[in-house]
Design a protein around this ligand. Structure first.
Ligand SMILES: [Zn+2]
Ligand SMILES: [Zn+2]
Length: 427
């Protein structure tokens, strides 16, 4: 009965937190829903939940998820220690009863301590904060691609020119070099400085989760075999007949005999799938030298282009939105209105550096002449070309992650160190 209350409490807490995350004003989830769903959901929420609880919940969610704080680090610690406590108290004794000669403690301890070390480093190592001292050095590490990153872009908060692949984190209130995402579990950004620790953190966590699930399942199988439960039967309460044990009945029996073990195993199996997808996604990004931020930017750019094409299909005029900057070189220069240009040159763009000679649009292809910069050229590259812009092959990509300063000379290596505690901004 204790377990049922514990389980219901867990489900209830999970539902309440999910609800508050969903209805939080700053939640990106809500903004993606259609207006109709949003209005209906808000009406239901505001009718059912009293105002004071709603305000309190939203404030709490904003504090936990959108400011720098140690709450989720603490939650992570409690979850890891709680899972390991069940492993030590319930699963290990069963394993030592049925397999006394084997060492069941070594592997979970290796995973636990290596994960704790990677977690500590992910939390404490500077993710790559950009300062006046290191901005020029960091700007030399990556080229701008002209589409996701443009040269000379200044951060409106830090008042520094952003190096390519950097982004301002509104939670940390700092520009981060090779910004990936802000992780609420580590209370730190993931960037060039600590991606080398964040990946081992994910991998050791995944290993710890899978190992815990396997150990729990192994203990349950040994317990079932030892008592020969599958060879016995049970009495049907309705008919009074003795029926053979089925798998659902066995799970129910194990659930009643070892509630914490079954709860831990089922939670770990679910977590293994979710965490596995997240880990595989990050491995994919690292192997292709991309960041979560860049994937997001690419999809935003693709959506913008798609909607622009859908809105102007057939006219071709919108492609020529700017006819200024045309250089008249020889011949009769004819000034065309946007409509005239669109009618004569459907779906063709006029760019800075292009010329009109004898009424004909001449595209400037003189790359070496310096008229068209690398950035301009890249701004017209396809999404596919851009998605592999920083991809230098698997080994070089891995080297960039695990030896992020290998491209710098010895004197300027490690342009930033640990996160200074005084810099942590609380909002
Ligand atoms: Zn900034
Ligand atoms: Zn951050």
């Amino acid at each position: 009965m204790d377990f049922v209350f514990f389980f219901l409490g867990y489900i209830g807490l999970f539902s309440v937190v999910s609800l508050f995350v969903l209805i939080s004003p700053s939640s990106p989830l809500l903004t993606r829903l259609s207006n109709w769903i949003k209005t209906c959901a808000l009406k239901v929420v505001y009718t059912v939940i009293p105002n004071i609880i709603l305000t309190w919940g939203q404030t709490a969610v904003h504090y936990v998820f959108y400011t720098r704080n140690h709450v989720m680090q603490l939650v992570f610690g409690v979850l890891v220690m709680g899972g390991n406590a069940i492993l030590m108290r319930d699963i290990l004794p069963l394993l030592y009863i049925f397999e006394p000669d084997k060492n069941h403690l070594l592997v979970p301890m290796i995973f636990l301590f290596s994960n704790a070390a990677a977690f500590h480093l992910s939390c404490s190592v500077d993710p790559g904060r950009i300062t006046r001292q290191n901005v020029s050095v960091l700007a030399s590490l990556y080229e701008v691609d002209g589409k996701m990153y443009k040269s000379g872009t200044e951060c409106s908060t830090c008042k520094l020119v952003k190096p390519a692949r950097s982004k301002h984190c509104s939670i940390c209130n700092h520009c981060i070099h090779r910004f990936d995402h802000h992780c609420i579990w580590t209370n730190n950004c993931v960037g060039a400085g600590n991606l080398r620790f964040f990946l081992p953190f994910l991998l050791t966590l995944q290993a710890m989760v899978i190992n815990g699930a396997v150990m729990g399942l192994h203990a349950m199988v040994l317990y079932t075999d030892h008592l020969k439960i599958l060879d016995t039967g049970y009495v049907d309460p309705h008919t009074g007949q003795v029926l053979p044990i089925t798998i659902p009945v066995l799970i129910q029996h194990l659930f009643m005999q070892h509630p914490r073990c079954v709860f831990l195993i089922s939670s770990l199996l679910m977590l293994a799938v979710l965490l596995g997808l997240f880990t595989i996604y990050h491995l994919y990004l690292v192997l292709h030298n991309q960041t979560t931020n860049e994937r997001y930017k690419m999809s935003a750019l693709t959506n913008a282009v798609t909607s622009s094409n859908n809105g102007t299909s057939g006219s071709g005029v919108a492609h020529c939105s700017n006819l200024t900057g045309v250089t008249p070189i020889g011949g009769a220069v004819k000034t065309l209105s946007k409509e005239q240009w669109g009618a004569q040159h459907p779906r063709q763009c006029m760019k800075v550096g292009d010329t009109i000679r004898n009424g004909k649009h001449r595209v400037n292809n003189n790359m070496d002449g310096g008229r068209k910069t690398q950035e301009e050229k890249l701004s017209h590259a396809s999404d596919e070309e851009l998605s592999c812009f920083y991809n230098k092959g698997v080994w070089q990509n891995l080297k960039e992650v695990f030896l992020p300063w290998s491209g710098l000379d010895r004197k300027t290596k490690e342009p930033y160190g640990a996160v200074p505690k005084k810099k942590i901004k609380r909002q």
